[in-house]
Structures are given as C-alpha cells and as structure tokens.
Write a protein that binds this ligand. Structure first.
Ligand SMILES: [Zn+2]
Length: 544
C-alpha cells in the first residue's frame, strides 16, 4: 500500500468560494484536498489511517489560490526584470537606479527599464544625454509607463542604426534636435514598434525567455496567484513553457491555461491556418499544468489612444476602424468553435463588443448548441443591450479592475468626453444580468498583484493614489463576490471549475494564506495584507 503525504492545516478561517460555507481546517492528501470542514470534523478525518503532519495556521485567513484570468506571463516576467522606475520621482532618482543597475550587472550587454513617468523628467523631455551621463558604455532602453513611447541612450540609438537620416514611421516619431536633425533619445508609438521592439526581440535568447518565465512564476507565487490564463501565447513563449515543464518533470510552479494568438492577416486561409495550429496545440499541450485551451483575437485597440472601435466618435470627432472586420472575424470564430476551442475576443469599444457578440452568435448558429465558455476581454465601454446579449449567450465577461484605477482615468475620460464615462467598467451590470465575471490583471499592462486588484474591485478607489476619489463606486463589487470572481469564476472561464477555484473536498490543493483577514480588517487592508503561504497542488511554493 502506498501512502500519500498527508498534511492537516488547522485553526484557520477559510473562505472557500463555494457558497456561504466557511471552514476551519483542511486535510491534504498528495495534491488534493481530502477533506475541508470544521476543526472537529477534519481532525476526525485526519485521525484515521496514517498520521498527518499538522500545520497550525494560528487563525489566519485562507482563500483559494488566485487565478489571473487575463495575463501575459512571459512578458510580465520580462517586465519584472527591468529596472522599475514608476516610483522614481525625479531625474536624479532615475539616473541613480540606472547607474546602480549597470554596476550590479557589469556583464549585461544592455540595461532595460520600465514605467518611467514624463512628470519625473524636467520639462517632460527626456534625452539620450541624460542616460549617457550615468550609463555611457552600453545601450539603455526604458519603456514609458503607458508603453506608448521609449526613452533610449546614444548607444541604443547606434545599436538600432538610428541617425539623422532615419525616417519617421507612419503613426510614429523619432524626436530630433531642431538644429542638427539628430535623434534626441525618444521614440514615440510606431517608431518604437518598428525600430526598438524587433531589435530587442531579435536579441532575446531562449535562456532569457526561460528567466522571464521563472521570474513571472516567482512574482505570482509570492502574491498568491496559483494559476494564470495566458491571453496571447506565441511560439517563443510556448517554447519557454515547454522547457520549464520538461525541467519540472511534467509540472510547473503555476498552472497555465493559454489562448493562442490569432493575428489578422487579411487572408482567410492564413487566418484559418492559425486556428488549425491552435487546435493542434490543444491536443498536444494538455496537461494539468500547461494547456492550450483556445484562441485570442484582438478586435480593436484602447480608449487612451482612441484606437478602440466606438459606435459614436471620440471627443475630438475621430473614431477607430475595427482590427477585425466581421467578414474575417466570423469564419475564424466559427472554425475555432467547431474545433472545441474557447474564443477570447479583446473588445474595448462598444462597437467592438457588438461585433464580437455577432461573431459568437454566428458560431452558435453554424455549429449548434454546446458548452462553449467563449469570452470577451475588457469591455471598458459596452452598451446595456450588449450586456444582456452576452449573458443570454453564456459568454464570460473578462474584466481587469486595475484598469479602472482612478489614477489611470484622466486621459481615458477626456478621450470619450461625454456621458459614456458614467458607465465605465460596469462590472455589476454584468453580474446583475446573470453573466459570469472573471477577474484578472492583464499584466504587464497593469500591476499583477491580486490584493490591490481586489481593492480596486471592491472600492473603485485607487491602489496607487489614495487621495483620488472613487471611480463610479456604484459598480464596486462586494468583497466575497470579488474574491469569487478572481478564483471560482476565473476557474470556470478556463473550464477547470471541477478541480480549481474553490476549496472543497476533492479539489486540487491550491490555496493562499494571508496575514490579514480583509473581511474583519476592512477593504483598506487589501493594500497592506501580505501573503504568508502559497500552496499549489499541496506543495508549499512560497513562504512569506
Ligand atoms: Zn492583455
């Protein structure tokens, strides 16, 4: 008779996310919860057969491991490894951090940084010389906070081959000295996409991608995330995940469910070939730790850049074209649906979500009834009619509370400029309509930590700046609901609710122990609470 390792976790306040039931103890056998219940019942269960190791949690708060319902895992890990500049208040501080990073990594061929703010730089005008002053010997690339421009030094300009004869790009700009025409060190929009990003990607090795993935896993585990739904997996990233799986003898530190990115080609055959690749991967990559479960389609852009497709124009009279016209979208969605793949459609503008629903309804019609779990991502502006229709079609609403943080709303609201801003990110309209709401972070476009995300979800206040007023508090979620949308419903959104997302007998033992009970300590405590323990598949992966 083989004996599974058994551990009894007792003396806890357990939020199970499975109905109103609260529990006090859990008995873990191997990777699963052999029993969850009251202290007395669980002790009785543990008393039988092999004695269990006992962990007294001292009354701590326990909840299911967070499942980030929308993330970009390898990209997030890469961002975590860059020099963080969001809280660098002035140029001296930025320079100091770059200098320290260069000194700490003398062998690094280049220095990458992220999230600097224009407001930290004199005149809001960063120059290559400002970086050269502290790192003259190798290229430095620094992403702006909004990822819409990049600040570089002279060595980086040279590495990219940018000089005074390099042309601007369509929709982008290389900032230049008005006298000499030489680039001054800032690349805007498509100039960054076309000159900096491909250069950096071509210099990224598989070894580095492996490090990015490992960093993402580590940061997720330390903040209580035990599963992620990757929303735009591509070949390079899948390679890193497969290598990690091989190194872990078929396991990963985090459970990954992935949607394969289908990029628009303007050609039906090429579009469908990408769906076929996703279907092939769904058959091939299908373990409890790593699964390809569907496709991702990006139907429009973002409000901040006026690239989200709206039914009515933006405040400046402009509007955006859909990235996927129905003529191309519908056949791709129907083909994926016929393969049993889940379809996730990025739709931020109210027109884009209508077109996305049309495509999902079309798939229902051509392929007949089944349990689909298709989803629409973001829906930052959405009509009341679309919400009702989404609920009727059983489409999951995938939302990211952090995107509604008041600290990032000023430009967003100005771009719309009318009463549409009064129905921004209307989470409770979805749940009132009966739709399933799955919460995530969309890291690295927003911070990945789930507890501050839950703070925004439950207060509509800023996790970054406490002085700002709440953003439409009428849409705030109840704490128990928010936690359930970030665990149980995120599991539903990737079809894993039978084993993940709730703490109940028979489920996988993925859970988090916090040092604070937010139900007792109040919602503000979500900003200060920390993770004491993260357990995935019965194994302790993080100890705070
Ligand atoms: Zn995303």
């Amino acid at each position: 008779m083989t004996t599974l390792p058994r551990t009894l976790y007792r003396n806890a306040k357990i939020f199970t996310a499975a109905g109103p039931a609260e529990a006090e103890a859990m008995l873990i056998e191997g990777e699963r919860l052999a029993f969850v219940g009251s202290e007395a019942e669980t002790l009785r269960m543990a008393g039988q057969a092999v004695p269990a190791a006992v962990v007294d949690l001292g009354g701590a708060f326990v909840l299911p491991g967070f499942i980030d319902a929308h993330t970009h895992i390898v990209m997030m890990g890469q961002t975590m490894q860059k020099v963080a500049l969001r809280d660098a208040a002035n140029l001296e501080e930025i320079q100091l951090r770059l200098k320290e990073a260069a000194a700490a990594n003398p062998e690094a061929p280049r220095i990458l940084g992220t999230s600097w703010l224009f407001s930290a730089i004199p005149g809001g005008a960063p120059t290559a010389a400002m970086i050269d002053a502290v790192v003259p010997d190798r290229p430095v690339y620094l992403d702006a906070n909004d990822l819409h421009s990049m600040w570089v030094n002279t060595a980086a300009l040279a590495e990219m081959g940018i000089d005074k004869d390099t042309p601007d790009t369509l929709g982008g700009r290389i900032l230049r000295d008005p006298e000499t025409g030489e680039a001054t060190g800032l690349l805007e929009e498509t100039a960054m996409h076309e000159y900096a990003w491909p250069k950096l990607a071509s210099m990224t090795t598989d070894e580095q991608r492996d490090e990015h993935l490992a960093a993402a896993f580590e940061h997720y585990l330390s903040t209580g995330v035990t599963s992620g739904i990757d929303m735009a997996l591509v070949e390079d990233e899948l390679g890193a995940m497969r290598r990690a799986l091989a190194r872990g003898n078929g396991t990963l530190p985090l459970r990954v469910n992935a949607h394969w990115l289908v990029a628009p080609t303007g050609n039906h055959e090429e579009n469908l070939a990408q769906v076929a690749r996703a279907a092939e991967l769904a058959r091939e990559v299908n373990s409890p730790w790593l699964r390809v479960i569907g496709i991702k389609i990006i139907a429009d852009g973002v409000i901040d850049g006026c690239t989200a497709a709206m039914k009515e124009p933006y405040a400046d009279g402009s509007n955006a074209e859909l990235i996927w016209q129905p003529e191309f979208l519908n056949p791709v969605v129907a083909a994926a649906d016929a393969e049993g793949l889940q379809v996730a459609i990025h739709a931020i503008g109210d027109l884009a979500s209508e077109v996305a629903l049309d495509a999902l309804e079309y798939a229902n019609e051509v392929n007949g009834p089944r349990d689909r779990r298709h989803r629409i991502e973001h829906m930052e502006t959405v009509t009341a009619e679309s919400i009702q229709r989404l609920a009727r079609l059983g489409v999951v609403a995938s939302m990211q509370p952090v995107h509604a943080d008041p600290a990032v709303q000023e430009n967003w609201r100005a771009m719309l400029g009318d009463d549409r801003v009064d129905r921004a990110y209307p989470w409770t309209e979805f749940t009132d309509a009966g739709a399933t709401l799955a919460l995530g972070s969309d890291a690295p476009t927003a911070p990945h930590q789930p507890l501050p995300n839950m703070f925004v979800a439950t207060t509509r206040k800023s996790a970054l700046d406490a002085s700002l007023p709440a953003n439409l508090p009428k849409y705030a979620l109840d704490l128990a609901d928010a936690l359930s949308h970030a665990t149980r419903d995120a599991a539903y959104s990737c079809r894993r609710e039978a084993e993940l997302g709730t703490l109940a007998t028979g489920m996988l033992a993925d859970f988090v122990v916090l040092d604070t009970d937010p139900f007792d300590a109040g919602l503000d405590s979500l900003l200060t609470a920390s993770v004491a323990l993260t357990v995935v598949g019965g194994e302790v992966w993080y100890r705070g």
